[in-house]
Ligand binder design. Structure first.
Ligand code: NAG
Ligand code: NAG
Ligand code: NAG
Ligand code: NAG
Length: 454
């Protein structure tokens, strides 16, 4: 849930300029459960945690924390902007509207811009940094503050900086993490999402699903805007616009717990249609860098091998996307910190899930979604989504032993693949060595998959 941004806002407001407050028409039909709706925008959902964080068992202490963090809410990419424009232009070309929900288009001017982090993305990233400080403050000393890296794209870098600012503000500026590594986008970078040119993407699967859910929506909007001649592809763009326009319009002074002010584009669609839209995100991630991609999850191997290096305190062993110059230098890849935070894109976080073995999922149908599924993009990789790997030292049976547990957006993962218990206080904990053994795919550099990228 969206929490109090007060303290962080006070700290941030000094260096953030205010965005203008948009005027919205009420999203009448949709008002019934706005939070739920915002959480059905797939990878375009604002951050929300499905559960509350549960501390480790009483006999355990956290000895290391690794955070892999998606950038916060952003503007559409160039490619998405084209799709969005197409639908907006067609709707605006209609001579008249038969439904008042389209009336706002008579004066609407599209002006979102591209790619950048938006205020909500900055706020939610700062909030994440604040939460990290509060949760792990006992692990922090003046000599040992989080080591922070980011992939080179602006929105990722800004997310890392806002996270660090939120962390610093929460500590009353006693601890101010620096962004120590910004990867050059032209080089090897385990946090970059375009290093595998032969990856096939998910266009085919998303189109198959669009052909199922799109036509009734296309027909309805065409009947509301005679002459617009929308096609199914435009529907995907317009539904994305509901999410992008909403997150882009949230002002910096956005307030705790209140639902976001909806873009009027949202009122063009029904909740059940957003569920279908959410599934297109599930398919997108599953067939891009998830389990459904021929060369997908291998893009997470570089990060996971770095994670294993930190967990074991030994040099990185990897022949995929990592930069060996950076990783062999203690200034750019130290092994003596307690908290590490890495900022990246959704595709890489998803690839890391699939490399590690999280959310194991059989083939997703492109025509018949299962109502109950673990692979739910809105929950596993919303804007500012994060995976946290905690290393624990636990006293058990008169001996001290190391364990691993993993949280994704606060949800404790079952880790069945390394023998974690399903119930009780030790739920979700794997013995350290069992976890390392389970990471064979990463340790084998992706079993030859990386070579297929080129
Ligand atoms: C890690 O090692 C470096 C180089 O020896 C040292 O400068 C730094 O203070 C150490 N950091 C921590 C957190 O121990
Ligand atoms: C936070 O993000 C915003 C939006 O991208 C940016 O303007 C601001 O400089 C960032 N804050 C810091 C501390 O870098
Ligand atoms: C590794 O990183 C360094 C420092 O950014 C850069 O100069 C070098 O080109 C990178 N190497 C590769 C193979 O990308
Ligand atoms: C990768 O793509 C290139 C260019 O299309 C092609 O020549 C090459 O065979 C592909 N490699 C693999 C392993 O599929």
């Amino acid at each position: 849930m969206l929490r109090t941004f007060g303290a962080v806002w006070t700290a941030l407001s000094s260096f953030l300029s205010l965005a203008p407050l948009p005027k919205f028409s009420p999203a009448h039909e949709l008002a019934h459960d706005t939070f739920k709706l915002q959480q059905s925008w797939g990878v375009y959902s604002p951050y929300h945690a499905a559960e509350h964080y549960i501390p480790p068992p009483a006999d355990c202490e956290i000895s290391q924390v690794n955070i892999l963090h998606r950038h916060g809410a952003r503007l559409p990419t160039e490619h998405q902007t084209k799709d969005i424009h197409s639908g907006v232009k067609k709707l605006q070309s209609a001579e008249y509207y038969t439904d008042s929900r389209l009336d706002f288009l008579e004066t609407f001017e599209y002006s979102l811009g591209e790619n950048l982090l938006v205020p909500l993305g900055a706020i939610q990233s700062a909030e994440s940094g604040k939460a990290a400080f509060q949760r792990y403050s006992s692990l922090i000393t003046e000599d040992d503050i989080p080591f922070v890296r980011a992939s080179g794209m602006s929105r990722v870098v800004e997310t890392a900086k806002n996270w660090s600012a939120g962390f610093a503000a929460a500590s009353d500026y006693t601890y101010t993490p620096k962004l120590s590594v910004i990867f050059d986008e032209a080089g090897l970078d385990p946090l970059q999402d375009d290093l595998c040119p032969n990856a096939s993407g998910s266009h085919k699967e998303m189109s198959q699903w669009l052909a199922v859910y799109g036509p009734p929506i296309t027909a309805r909007l065409n009947s509301w805007a005679p002459g617009a001649n929308l096609v199914d592809e435009d529907i995907h763009g317009l539904m994305m616009l509901c999410a992008f326009h909403t997150v882009a319009s949230v002002p910096y002074e956005y307030n705790e717990g209140s639902p976001l002010p909806f873009s009027p584009f949202c009122s063009l669609f029904k909740p059940s249609e957003f569920e279908a839209f959410e599934y297109s995100s599930d398919l997108d991630k599953y067939y891009s860098t998830g389990y459904g991609a021929r060369v997908g999850r291998v893009q997470g191997v570089g990060y996971v091998n770095e994670l294993l290096a930190r967990l074991t305190g030994s040099p990185v062993s990897d022949h995929t996307s990592t930069n060996s110059t950076l990783d062999s230098d203690p200034a750019t890849f130290p092994l003596n910190h307690t908290i590490y935070a890495d900022f990246t894109h959704d595709s890489i976080v998803v690839a890391a899930f699939a490399t590690i073995g999280l959310f194991p999922t059989h083939k997703l149908s492109t025509t018949h979604p299962k109502a109950q599924r673990d692979w739910l993009a809105s929950e596993i990789i919303p804007f500012s989504g994060r995976m946290v790997v905690e290393k624990l030292t636990c006293d058990r049976h008169d001996a001290s032993d190391s364990y691993i547990r993993i949280l994704v957006n606060e949800v404790l993962q079952p880790l069945a693949f390394c023998g974690a218990k399903k119930h009780g206080p030790w739920k979700g904990l794997c013995q350290f060595d069992a976890f390392l053994d389970s990471q064979e795919y990463a340790r084998n550099d992706g079993n030859g998959d990386w070579e297929e990228c080129f």
